[in-house]
Design a protein around this ligand. Structure first.
Ligand SMILES: C[S@@+](CC[C@H](N)C(=O)[O-])C[C@H]1O[C@@H](n2cnc3c(N)ncnc32)[C@H](O)[C@@H]1O
Length: 227
């Protein structure tokens, strides 16, 4: 029976794909990759393409970021993938970072599982692990929890000392206001591992940026004395 490989290609640096990801793509006849804009490039495909041989069929699908029709789009994409699986062809579906961290792949799986195809998920380096590495900032230590949250859910932060704030696009000011008011140090990382990578610590510089592929790592100021 044909397989679906859900592949995390990492943050966008082609040296951060795993050997397992490369082997899974070699084992697939068809490669699906999402693009954020209609007719636009797919960052996941661009990241992986040097490892994809010319005989593969490439399907770039438009997956609008942060829109309400994710379920419909997932169903449509699933139907397209299914056309290949039912012919016995293996399919790879590429995602940025890890497939199980805020990824459309999860929606797809609901449908794939319904029809009983084998699914192999290949983990990828998350954007926040890559961001911590490029900024040389530890993410969490000791017995502390690490909270990973989208910028839209800062209301969920209680007494956590270590935060990863994703999807900060268009909420940059709101996030730094929150962090300043609550005694956090922070660093904004844009396009970690990609052309255009930037690491910003200055409030005003951060607010000026309007970039979808960006996140903020934050930790309580009091930790500076503890460590
Ligand atoms: C839909 S989520 C995808 C997360 C991804 N699956 C992961 O494991 O990191 C998109 C968010 O991930 C973050 N992101 C993805 N790639 C990034 C990069 N190269 N640099 C900084 N942030 C990134 C941004 O916060 C962006 O809004």
């Amino acid at each position: 029976m044909a397989k679906l490989f859900g592949i995390g290609v990492g943050p966008g640096d082609s040296e951060l794909l795993t050997i397992k990801a490369i082997r899974a793509m070699e084992n697939s006849e068809v490669i699906f990759a999402p693009s954020a804009f209609e007719g636009g490039e797919s960052i996941a495909y661009e990241t992986a393409k040097e490892y994809i041989s010319e005989d593969k069929k490439i399907e770039i699908i438009h997956f609008p970021m942060g829109k309400d029709n994710t379920q419909d789009k997932a169903r449509e994409t699933y139907e397209a993938i299914y056309q290949y699986l039912k012919k016995g062809m293996n399919v790879s579906f590429l995602t940025i970072g890890d497939p199980f961290v805020y990824s459309t792949y999860t929606h797809l799986l609901n449908y794939i599982n319904e029809r009983g195809f084998e699914v192999v998920t290949v983990p990828g380096i998350t954007s926040f692990c890559a961001s911590a590495a490029v900024a040389n900032e530890y993410l969490v230590l000791g017995n502390e929890p690490l909270m990973v949250t989208p910028a839209a859910r800062l209301d969920a932060v209680k007494d956590e000392k270590f935060l990863v704030i994703m999807k900060v696009y268009k909420r940059e000011e709101e996030v730094v206001d929150f962090l300043d008011a609550n005694g956090f140090d922070y660093v904004y990382i844009k396009k970690a591992g990609r052309v255009g990578e930037e690491i910003l610590r200055d409030r005003e510089e951060i607010i000026k940026n309007k970039e979808y592929m960006a996140l903020i790592l934050a930790k309580k100021k009091e930790l500076a004395q503890v460590i």
